[in-house]
Design a protein around this ligand. Sequence first.
Ligand SMILES: [Zn+2]
Ligand SMILES: [Zn+2]
Length: 402
Amino acid sequence: MDKKQSQLIKALTIDLKEDGWEKSRGFVMRDVPMPVLDEKRNKEDAISVILKIRYAGVCGSDRGLWYRTAFKDLVRDSLEKEGKSMRINGHEFVGEIVEMGSMVHRLYYDPDPKNKAKIEVGSLVSGDSHVTCGRCYQCRIGEEHVCMNESILGISIDGIFAEYVKIPAKNLWPVDESRLRPEIAAIYDPFGNAVHATSVVDMRGQRIAIFGCGPIGLFSVLLARNSGAAKIIAVDVSKENLKMAKELGAHETILVEKTKKKDEWESDRNVVDKIMKITYGKGVDISMEMAGPFSSVNNSIDSTRRGGHVILFGIKDGNLVIPKFSRVIVRGLTIHNIIGREIFKTWQTAQRILNDKQNDITEAIWKVILKSGKGTILNFKDFTPENFEKAMNENPKIIFKM
Ligand SMILES: [Zn+2]
Ligand SMILES: [Zn+2]
């Protein structure tokens, strides 16, 4: 082993052998080996880079991992396949390229002198969290976001909650730091989810209900407003999140109150009735489910007008019941399922929206959702499960500063 390889770095992890899944929660800070490029041993390293992570976003899916409510099978099965028990978590990042494999320049360096954001040593880059195969049918026809053999950073392959990471160069999205704050560049990935979700249906003049005002729901409020939606109704279980949604441009807000239900998938009559009232008994044109709970999926379906669109994005393990499913067909609803981002079409759109100084979206994300960094930017080195959980519960979005 050479010197570099024996170096240890800090990473946030789940070890299924040490920590287990069912009876544990959270991530554990562990010493892991410094990633290295060794093309003799691993050919793929020729098309990979080593990044020094600068900021790392904490996602709703990290919350799912932290509380063990989602991704159990993906984590377990992928670790089994790799013959190990520890996963490095995290997938939203911005970092500096410190080393490149021998083929990276040849394949990914854009020689256009007008393009200031490049893939080269010293560049700042974000990137997609879905590592795709490039060979399957979908990849070949430009639908990489539904690759048959994809892996997801931090879930089914090692992620980026670490000081240094190795990552395939094809996933990288160069960032022009003179045009975008790096803390925002770290959350390109979830912002891209919202861009993807809000671009499947034309929102101009439409009434839209957004169920779930976590970060991606909140981004969707901003984007729906920017796309000319006539009415945006924000729905959430948190008064704080609804207050933010209103600040970001939601016209109406509805608090989901905890009620006793026979089944977890039952819709909330109260919420649906309120939406019906706001829409003069019709229902919204577009529902966006950005939360995950099964009741929220049924709220979305029940609140949508005949012929309307239901956009599903939230993920939860388990079996969902849609009562009287025939209604979905008879009422002519269209259901869209959103996964990831279109690579790199969504990224290009996201870049234009985030770099635009006039639409105020970057400023709104920074000032409202990230509270100008107050309590939302955590020092990676100071991680403790207690301060992390506290910050995660007090803010819709938190970011590690590495
Ligand atoms: Zn994410
Ligand atoms: Zn593929």
